[in-house]
Design a protein around this ligand. Structure first.
Ligand code: HEM
Length: 127
């Protein structure tokens, strides 16, 4: 039993599952007339959880690469690390600009982050 891989898989499940859940929930609570401050509080709490999960995913992912002797450049794992980097950059951009961007743009950015997360799963399965 590899505990580091177990934590890695839990963390990436929290990150990706959270994005999918949020994508389904936010339009529904907006439609139900939820106050913007309620939506913001939920987003802040979601951010704490998902960034903690992503931090764990990166640390455990690097530990796994080291344990299994994978090189981070020029291989499937190198591509995965670049996609993860792009996903983190975009999610971070979203976090800092969300207050000023209209809901449709926010949703589109989160949609791209979700596509990158799903792509990362596909790349992980090809390592
Ligand atoms: C810097 C970030 C990351 C690194 C260095 C990394 C590295 C790794 C390594 C070395 C493995 C083990 C592969 C094996 O069993 O041979 C792994 C497994 C996996 N990773 Fe990551 N990972 C990172 C982030 C992520 C993220 C963000 C996701 C998803 C959103 C993800 C999804 C997975 C999945 C689904 C597996 C299981 C695949 C398998 O064992 O066959 N990883 N990762």
């Amino acid at each position: 039993m590899n505990v580091v891989l177990w934590i890695h898989l839990l963390a990436v499940a929290v990150w990706t599952g959270g994005l999918i859940t949020l994508a389904a929930l936010v339009p529904a609570i907006r439609k139900a007339g939820a106050d913007i401050e309620v939506i913001r509080a939920a987003a802040r709490q979601f951010g704490r959880l998902s960034w903690t999960a992503m931090g764990l995913a990166v640390v455990t992912g690097l530990m796994l690469a080291n344990d299994f002797g994978y090189s981070l450049s020029g291989s499937a794992i190198g591509t995965k690390v670049r996609v993860v980097g792009a996903m983190i950059a975009l999610a971070g951009f979203h976090q800092f600009t969300a207050k000023k961007t209209p809901p449709a743009i926010r949703g589109a950015i989160q949609g791209v982050v979700l596509v990158l997360a799903v792509l990362t799963f596909w790349l992980a399965a090809t390592i």
